[in-house]
Design a protein around this ligand. Structure first.
Ligand SMILES: [Zn+2]
Length: 289
């Protein structure tokens, strides 16, 4: 601090200079302190996103996914050809024709049998006539039924969800079967429908379901000719024909009859065995196919 004494009043002036210098120093210190305490203006803005609003990019409109079809029906056996179609059929040991409530699909023992559509397993079990079977519910009142299986898949249990193509079991010849084949049914509210109207087709809505066409049953009764008579049916055969039936020639377990005659349907051919009756099945009196 410089001290200047010019005219005797220097004492007071010296004090004034000292005071002024002190104030200047104080201001300088305070300014520096404030500059240190406050962050720079840009820094404040960067910490507040709302201070610099970024316009939202407009999302392109996305079309809603198409609704799932009410019934997307595949094939229960890969490369399947339908044998013995849906309709009235009379077996040699029967006096009258009965409705074959499904279709028969022949194939080798062990061939995978697949769920034709997504669904929930409703039943899995065994009966004297149908042998080992699985039933699947698909919604819209539709069920599918797979019978004469050689074995049932371990996970094909009631309550299990299955997707289309999921293996339900292996083809076999259990129950009253005529040889390795799958007996396959489609029902709606319990009423049997012709599977030929559904297999390999997709139906978007319930109104698209071919219920009328699939419900049609021709009055013509097809007569199945067989090469051998099932042991369980030989007494009936004797009554019908008036003579004893010859025993099954190829009597493996459950493999008892084989149809010679090709049935006269445009795209279908060759029956292999008898028809199915779910209600009669419980009585053991029916001949499933
Ligand atoms: Zn059948």
């Amino acid at each position: 601090m410089t001290s200047v004494d010019l005219d005797g009043s220097g004492r007071s002036r010296r004090y004034w200079l000292r005071g002024a210098a002190g104030v200047s120093l104080t201001l300088a210190v305070v300014t520096a302190a404030c500059a240190t305490a406050l962050p720079p203006k840009d820094s404040v803005l960067s910490q507040h996103p709302a201070a610099k609003p970024v316009p939202m990019a407009k999302a392109a409109p996305v079309a809603p996914p198409p609704p799932a079809p009410v019934f997307d029906c595949g094939q229960p056996v890969v490369g399947a050809t339908v044998d013995s179609p849906f309709g009235l059929r009379r077996l040699p040991w029967e006096k009258h024709g009965r409705l074959h409530e499904g279709v028969d699909i022949p194939g080798p023992v062990g061939e995978p049998v697949l769920a034709v559509a997504d669904g929930i397993v409703a039943k899995a079990g065994e009966s004297p006539s149908y042998g080992r079977y699985v039933e699947v519910e698909h919604g819209a009142g539709l069920t599918t039924f797979y019978a004469h299986l050689g074995r049932i898949a371990r996970d094909a249990k009631p309550g299990e969800f299955v997707v289309r193509g999921h293996p339900l079991g292996k083809m076999g010849s259990s129950g009253d079967s005529t040889g390795p084949h799958l007996h396959f049914e489609i029902r709606r509210e319990g009423k049997p429908l012709n599977p030929a109207s559904f297999l390999g087709r997709e139906f978007q809505t319930q109104a698209d379901l071919p219920l009328k066409a699939a419900s049609y049953v021709s009055p013509h009764v097809r007569v199945a000719q067989v090469s051998a008579i099932p042991e369980r049916k030989q007494a009936l055969m004797a009554q019908v024909s008036g003579k004893a039936a010859r025993p099954a020639a190829d009597a493996g377990p459950g493999v008892v009859i084989r149809v010679h005659q090709r049935l006269q349907f445009p795209s279908l051919h060759a029956a292999t065995e008898g028809s199915a009756q779910s209600a009669a099945d419980a009585t053991g009196s029916s001949s499933p196919g």
